[in-house]
Write a protein that binds this ligand. Structure first.
Ligand SMILES: [Zn+2]
Length: 481
C-alpha cells in the first residue's frame, strides 16, 4: 500500500525557478506551502526530449539513449539524422539501433504495478511519445494537443474533442494551448476515470521564452496562463474524491538563458578546413549539431581528427566547454562526467560560452549560440546554472510542508519517487526523494576542472546516495601559473 492512490504531475516546460515570484502566485504559494527542492537540476544536454526521457525512465541519457534532441547515430553515420521531435524518426530507431529508449519507463513499471497512466501533452509529437514510449502496449493513454497524428493513442482524441471542443490555435504565447490543456486536465483526465498517474506537460513558458525573449510581455502572459491552469488543476484535485490520497508534483525540465550573438560554427569550421556539416554528404566528413551545445562526430572514427577539433574549439572565445576522452583531447572533461556514456553518445561535445551576468530585465544568464531561435530569444541545452536549475515541488498528504530542501535532486528522481508514493519500487538511476523526512546524509559538492593553454573549464557536481548530480558548468579563467 502506497502513501497515496493518485499522483498528478504538472510540468512547466522551460520554467526558471527564479522567475516564479511576482509572476506565478499559485505556483509560488504551492512551493511555499509544500516541499520545494531549490537545488533541483536538469540533465545534459538540458534539452526537452532528453529531459522528458529522463523524467519517464529515471535514468541519465547515458542509460536511456535519447542523447540529444537531434543526433546522428553511431554505427550508421551515413544514415539520416535522428530528429527526436518526429515519431517516425523514433520508431525507426527500433530497426536502426535495436530500441527507441534503452531503459524501462515509468509507464512500463506502472503496468507491472497494476497502475494506469494518462498524459496530456503539448510539445512535439516526439516528446509526446517519449513521456511514455510504450503507451500502446501498456494500455495507457496519451493525448496530444496536436491531435490524432501526434499521439500513439489516437483513439482517445475524438472523445476529448467532443468534450472540450476543437483543438486550440498554436499562436505564441501559447495561451490557447495552455487553456485547452487545462480543460482536458480538469474536465476529462481528473474528472472521469482518473488514472493513477496523470501527467500534464505545458509548453509554456518555454515557447514564449524562445520566441518572445525571457524578459518579455509574451513570456509574462504565458507564465500567468500556466499558473492559472495549475490553480484549476489544484482546485479540481481538492474538490475531487481522492484529495486526501493524492500527491501533486510541479516541475520544469530545464531553464533558459538569454542570447547575445549567433555564431556560425559550421562556417568557422569550414573556413579553417574542417569538412563539417549537418548531414552526411560528399563534402562532409564531420557531422555537427548546434544550439547552445552540440556534438561532433567524424563519419569515419578518427582520434586525430577529434583531437584537432578539440584543440580548435578551445582556441575559440565563443566556446564554453568541451567534453571528450581527455586522453585524446587535452583539456577536455570526460563525457562520463555529464552521464554521456551511451553507445549513441558523441565522441566530442561542446557547450557554447555563457555566464551569469545580467541580461535583459536584470535576469542573470546570457550566452552565445549557433542558431535555432531569433537573436534575443531564450535558449537552453548547456550547463549554465540558469539552464540547469529546475522547478521541483511536491505536495503529499502527511509529507513535509513549508520546507525548502537543499539536497540535490534531478529529473531522474521523479519516476522512482512517484512509484514509491504508490507503494512500488523502480530500479533506475534516480533516488526516492526525501518527502517525509530529510536524508541523514549531507551532499558532497565536487568541482572537476580541466585546462589546456588559454582554455579552462569547470564542472560542479553534487553527490548524494551514491549518485552524482550535475549542478553547473562553465568556462573558467585559466589560473596564472
Ligand atoms: Zn523543455
Amino acid at each position: 500500500m502506497g502513501q497515496v492512490d493518485k499522483v498528478v504531475i504538472v510540468v512547466f516546460d522551460g520554467l526558471r525557478p527564479d522567475m516564479i515570484a511576482g509572476r506565478m502566485p499559485v505556483l509560488q504559494a504551492f512551493l511555499g506551502d509544500n516541499l520545494w527542492f531549490r537545488n533541483a537540476r536538469s540533465v545534459f544536454p538540458s534539452l526537452t526530449r532528453v529531459c522528458t526521457t529522463s523524467v519517464s525512465t529515471g535514468t541519465w541519457p547515458g542509460r536511456h539513449g535519447i542523447v540529444n534532441n537531434q543526433f546522428h547515430l553511431n554505427g550508421d553515420l551515413g544514415g539520416p539524422l535522428v530528429d527526436t521531435a518526429r515519431i517516425d524518426d523514433l520508431v525507426k530507431l527500433t530497426d536502426r539501433a535495436g530500441a527507441i529508449v534503452t531503459s524501462d519507463s515509468l509507464g512500463q513499471r506502472l503496468v507491472v504495478a497494476g497502475r494506469s497512466m494518462m498524459a496530456i501533452h503539448c510539445g512535439s509529437a516526439g516528446s509526446g511519445m517519449l513521456v511514455n514510449h510504450a503507451v500502446r502496449e501498456n494500455g495507457q493513454r496519451t493525448f496530444s494537443v496536436h491531435g490524432a497524428d501526434a499521439t500513439l493513442t489516437p483513439e482517445i482524441v475524438p472523445g476529448i474533442l467532443a468534450e472540450c471542443g476543437p483543438l486550440p490555435s498554436h499562436d505564441v504565447p501559447k495561451l490557447d494551448v495552455v487553456a485547452y490543456t487545462g480543460r482536458v486536465a480538469t474536465e476529462v483526465a481528473l474528472a472521469q476515470d482518473q488514472a493513477d498517474v496523470t501527467l500534464v506537460w505545458l509548453p509554456e513558458p518555454d515557447t514564449s521564452f524562445h520566441f518572445c525573449g525571457i524578459h518579455s510581455e509574451g513570456a509574462d502572459k504565458a507564465m500567468r496562463a500556466a499558473d492559472t491552469v495549475f490553480g484549476e488543476i489544484l482546485q479540481t484535485v481538492a474538490d475531487g474524491p481522492f484529495t486526501s490520497r493524492t500527491a501533486v508534483l510541479a516541475l520544469s525540465d530545464h531553464g533558459q538563458i538569454a542570447t547575445s550573438a549567433i555564431v556560425d560554427l559550421a562556417g568557422l569550421l569550414r573556413a579553417d578546413g574542417f569538412r563539417a556539416g549537418g548531414v552526411p554528404g560528399d563534402d562532409t566528413d564531420i557531422l555537427l549539431t548546434g544550439g547552445n551545445m552540440g556534438e561532433m562526430r567524424p563519419i569515419t572514427p578518427d582520434p586525430e581528427l577529434i583531437a584537432d577539433l578539440g584543440r580548435w574549439l578551445m582556441q575559440r572565445d565563443e566556446i564554453g566547454m568541451v567534453f571528450a576522452d581527455p586522453e585524446t583531447v587535452e583539456g577536455a572533461l570526460p563525457c562520463a562526467a555529464v552521464h554521456q556514456t551511451h553507445a549513441r553518445s558523441a565522441p566530442l561535445l561542446y557547450v557554447m560560452r555563457s555566464d551569469q551576468t545580467l541580461g535583459p530585465g536584470g535576469l542573470p544568464g546570457i550566452g552565445v549560440y549557433t542558431g535555432g531561435v531569433p537573436l534575443g530569444g531564450g535558449m537552453h541545452g548547456g550547463l549554465n546554472r540558469f539552464e540547469m536549475n529546475t522547478v521541483l515541488g511536491i505536495a503529499v498528504p502527511g509529507g513535509r510542508q513549508r520546507e525548502t530542501e537543499d539536497a540535490p535532486a534531478s529529473l531522474i528522481d521523479v519516476a522512482p519517487t512517484v512509484l514509491d508514493l504508490l507503494g512500488s519500487s523502480f530500479e533506475c538511476e534516480g533516488r526516492v526523494l526525501p518527502i517525509f523526512a530529510p536524508e541523514p546524509e549531507q551532499a558532497e559538492v565536487e568541482t572537476l576542472q580541466a585546462r589546456s593553454g588559454h582554455f579552462a573549464q569547470r564542472l560542479v557536481r553534487s553527490k548524494i546516495a551514491g549518485r552524482s548530480y550535475l549542478i553547473e558548468g562553465e568556462r573558467a579563467e585559466p589560473e596564472a601559473s
